[in-house]
Design a protein around this ligand. Structure first.
Ligand code: ADP
Ligand code: MG
Length: 139
């Protein structure tokens, strides 16, 4: 499925709708360049799950846990990971195979340890469209 957005708000809303429908045990894997809108999407997603806390991508924290929504949300940003061992240290399996929902920014960097069934969300800009255009591919 492909969705085109033309503002951060539209990307947020797309995330929101997916967050409303997220089910326990699902793993959402986000990929896309720096500044493309992964965190904007995630903020909408979290809100859609009923999370009221502020969601951002802290530079030196790989995992943020939000327990105040409909079901737990485990937000990973693995951009700064230098070794897959860091995921072991966090005890990632408990989250990936748990009853909450995982959303992983830069998931392609940890492709080797991803579960078999994940939902990919790719966000891209376009050279030919305007500055705020984004193409979101879900599948
Ligand atoms: P990432 O997490 O992928 O590094 P962020 O979500 O932190 O990116 O930042 C995306 C930036 O792009 C924000 O400054 C946002 O305002 C801007 N932006 C412009 N157009 C869009 C759009 N259509 N969707 C999402 N973000 C957009
Ligand atoms: Mg981000």
């Amino acid at each position: 499925m492909e969705i085109e957005t033309n503002s951060p708000e539209e990307t947020y809303k797309t995330g929101f709708k997916m967050g409303e429908n997220a089910q326990p045990g699902q793993v959402y894997c986000m990929k896309g360049d720096l500044g493309v809108g992964k965190t904007v999407f995630t903020q909408g997603f979290a809100k859609g799950m009923g999370v009221d806390e502020n969601v951002n991508s802290p530079t030196f924290t790989i995992l943020q846990v939000y327990e105040d929504g409909r079901i737990p949300l485990y937000h990973f940003d693995v951009y700064r990971i230098s070794d897959i061992d860091e995921m072991d240290e966090i005890g990632y399996e408990e989250y990936f195979y748990g009853e909450g929902v995982c959303l992983i920014e830069w998931a392609e960097l940890i492709e080797d340890i991803l579960p078999e069934n994940v939902i990919w969300i790719k966000i891209e800009k376009s050279m030919t469209e305007n500055f705020d255009y984004r193409k979101i591919t879900i599948g």
